[in-house]
Ligand binder design. Structure first.
Ligand code: 13P
Length: 246
């Protein structure tokens, strides 16, 4: 399976900046064989325009979140169906910023995952990760295992459907502190084994948290790191392509 490199633009860019970045990505794609699968997740307001720019290129696109509700009276919501209409390939679920800033729980992430699998062909990218306090207390695996157990509880992953996991230690997001490749590899191995015990196999497991061109190659060379979820360093075309070709 190809490595998967996703740029999560978060809310860092306005509409016009997002369009410019999408155009720059297309214009500056290196003339080298692209061995990884590459995608970007712009904000909702920019998604349609970015999709138009990326259509027919090697870059896929997706959303940073969605509601589990079917289209209807849900003020401020974004339905999975509308993401399908925009030919999104991915939807990120349960990012730690959604959990911290919007109070999303494992149970809500579970409902969203179930909705994605039942109603769409989108590839869900399910985020998990521990806080610094949990890591320092030696509870990182317990936290991540608990999240996986709760999110996948009674969720049926149909044969042939891929659920991508993203391990994003909260202490490494936007802080410049990256998990060492060895630390990340150990957690990825744990996640893979844990999912196997839940009967879920064949997942790509991405690492996220202060990924930069300088550390991407080493992270990607770990056997259980199947790709990267990149925040800040995906906001410039040059730096994103350097990571893809790391
Ligand atoms: P940074 O790469 O900015 O640390 O963000 C990581 C992240 O949260 C990607 O989803």
């Amino acid at each position: 399976m190809h490595k998967l490199i996703i740029g999560n633009w978060k809310m860092a860019l306005g509409y016009k900046e997002s369009v410019t970045l999408a155009e720059n990505l297309v214009l500056s794609q290196p003339y080298r064989p692209l061995l990884a699968e590459v995608g970007v997740c712009p904000s909702f307001v920019a998604l349609s325009s970015v999709a138009n720019i990326l259509e027919g290129t090697a870059i896929f696109w997706g959303a940073q979140d969605a509601t589990q509700f079917v289209p209807g009276p849900v003020t401020g919501g974004t339905s999975l169906e509308s993401l399908v209409e925009l030919d999104c390939r991915y939807v990120i679920l349960g990012h730690s910023e959604r959990r911290q800033l919007f109070g999303e729980t494992d149970e809500l992430v579970r409902l969203k995952l179930q909705a994605v699998l039942e109603r769409t062909n989108l590839i869900p990218i399910v985020c998990v990760g521990e806080t610094l306090a949990e890591r320092e207390a030696g509870q990182a695996e317990e936290k991540v295992g608990g999240q996986l157990r709760a999110i996948f509880n009674s969720v049926v992953v149909p044969a042939g459907r891929e659920v991508v996991l993203a391990y994003e230690p909260i202490w490494a997001i936007g802080t410049g502190k990256t998990s060492t490749p060895t630390q990340a590899e150990a957690m990825h191995h744990f996640i893979r084994q844990f999912l196997k015990e839940l009967g879920i196999e064949g997942n790509r497991i991405l690492y996220g948290g202060s990924v930069k061109p300088e550390n991407a190659g080493q992270l990607l060379s770990q056997p259980n790191i199947d790709g990267l979820l990149v925040g800040g360093a995906s906001l410039s075309a040059d730096s994103f392509w350097s990571i893809v070709f790391a």
